[in-house]
Design a protein around this ligand. Structure first.
Ligand SMILES: [Zn+2]
Length: 271
């Protein structure tokens, strides 16, 4: 453990393990990876040891997360934010070289799931954030009501929360950080929309879908004007803070299915 980290044990089992390729195939099917137009490859991004027995789950495949996995003696890293993003400089230089050499040198598997993990109906970041914040998704025939790019925005209500200010207080209490609120705290709360991470660009989609308040991770300068001029409450609750939960739920599912050990490490990120 290094400063700024909090680790939590999710399962103590360390049995026979599972082949990395079998885990990759299972995750591809469960998360419906082929369904998404994503900005990065989803799945086993870097091959390490052939058998997976101990996974460290983290939000991002940062150097700190890699070093934590190595120190823990894990064979695999499972993240929401992996590598090889579109429009990135593909050369193996700088931090890319440093991260890759650590992962390859210690034969770690790197499993990464971006949009498929945002969207999964029960383990996904949006589903898990709803549970953490006590949001009740609208459902049509049992399926969550969604909007926006790849149906990543969820819509619903916040039972027991009467105003925008109370919603902001709920977010602050549950995520242990004060959100940036654009809007009138006294405004009554109707339909709430949410999408974890950097989904401020989908505010208009949330408005079009009927939301009076929209929760996401990040905020940009134009977001403020759109929120004000449409009278829509906007809450930026933190990219990292809103995306801590999906990878933990996925880790629990893997542990349960395959009997491997999965530990989550929360490496602090103020954004
Ligand atoms: Zn993200």
């Amino acid at each position: 453990m290094i400063a700024g980290e909090q680790a939590s044990r999710q399962t103590g089992a360390s049995g026979q393990g599972v082949d990395a390729s079998e885990l990759d195939a299972w995750l591809a099917a469960e998360l419906q990876v082929a369904r998404f137009r994503d900005y990065c490859p989803n799945g086993l991004q870097v091959e390490g040891r052939p058998v997976v027995r101990h996974i460290i789950a983290a939000v991002t495949a940062s150097e700190a997360a890699i070093r934590h996995a190595i120190a823990a003696g894990a064979d695999s890293l499972l993240v929401h934010h992996g590598w090889f993003w579109k429009n990135e400089d593909p050369r193996v230089r700088g931090i890319r070289r440093a991260r890759l050499s650590l992962v390859l040198g210690h034969e770690l598997n790197l499993f990464a799931y971006h949009l498929p993990l945002d969207a999964h109906p029960s383990w996904g970041n949006n589903a898990q954030l709803a549970e953490v914040l006590g949001l009740e998704p609208d459902r049509i025939g049992g399926v969550p009501r969604t909007a926006g790019h790849d149906n990543l925005i969820w819509l619903g209500r916040a039972p027991g929360v009467a105003t925008v200010g109370e919603l902001a207080a709920r977010v602050a209490g549950q995520l242990a950080r004060t959100p940036t609120l654009i809007g009138d705290p006294a405004q009554p709360l109707g339909t709430v929309a949410w999408c974890t991470g950097a989904a401020q660009g989908m505010l208009q989609d949330a408005i079009d879908a009927g939301a009076q308040a929209y929760i996401t991770g990040e905020i940009s300068e134009p977001t403020v004007h759109l929120a004000r001029e449409t009278g829509t409450a906007f809450l930026a609750a933190g990219h990292h803070a809103t995306e801590r939960y999906g990878v933990q739920a996925l880790g629990r599912a893997i542990a349960e299915r395959f009997g491997v050990r999965v530990d989550f490490v929360d490496i602090d990120n103020p954004v």
